[in-house]
Write a protein that binds this ligand. Sequence first.
Ligand code: ADP
Ligand code: ZN
Length: 216
Amino acid sequence: MKLILLGAPGAGKGTVAKLLTAIDGSVQISTGDILRGAVQAGTDLGKEAEGFMKRGDLVPDSLIMGIMEKRLQEPDCEKGFLLDGFPRTIPQAEALKELLAKLNITLDMAVDIQVPRDVILDRLCTRRTCENPECQAIYNVKSNPPQKEGICDKCGSRVIQREDETEEAISHRLATYNEKTAPLIGFYEKEGLLFSVEALNSDAVVNGVKEKLGLS
Ligand code: ADP
Ligand code: ZN
C-alpha cells in the first residue's frame, strides 16, 4: 500500500504505520525518526534541523524534500510505503505530488486520523521514546510502560522524554499543526484521496484502512 498518514502529533501515526507494515511489508517512512537519527549522529542535516525541532517548529521544506526525494527511490519502497509525518505543509504536498508523478508512483489514499484534543494532550505528556536512533520505540508511562522503568524492552537503551515533549513545546507543535498541516486535509480532499477515520485506538484505524483498501 502507498499511503500518507495525516493527523496531529499524538494521533498515533507512528503506531498505525507500524501495524500496517506488518500486513504487506510496506515500509514506514517517518521524517521525524529520520531527523532525530540525523541529530543524534551529528550529520550536517542534523545540525541544520536541531534548533527547529527543539522549539517544536517545522524544519524547512527544502531540507525535507531533499530527504524524501532520496528515500522514495530506495528499493524497499517498491512494495509500498506509509508516510508518517510528511507532508506537513501545502508546499511539501505540492512538491510530493510532482515527485510522485516524476517517479511514476500512484498513492492509494491519505488517511486522516482524527483524535480529540484532550486525548492528544494526555498522550503527548505521557509519551516516552527510546533514545537509540536505530530503535526509537515508543512507550507511554500510563498505558504502555517499559517492563523495567526507563529501559527499552527492545534494545536496552534509555527511554526518555523527548526534548520537544515539554508542555510548552507540545502546545507550540499543536498550534503549528493547526496552522500549517491541517490545511492538507482540504488539499487531499480535492485530490480525491482523503479517507478520514475517527478512532480512539490504533487498531480501529488499521481496520478502517484495511476495509477501505479491500484487504479484509
Ligand atoms: P510528531 O509527534 O510531532 O508528529 P515527528 O516525530 O513527526 O513528531 O516530528 C518531530 C519534529 O521533526 C517536528 O516537530 C519537526 O520539527 C520535524 N519534522 C518532522 N517531519 C517534518 C516535515 N515533514 N516537515 C518539517 N518538519 C518536520
Ligand atoms: Zn530501543
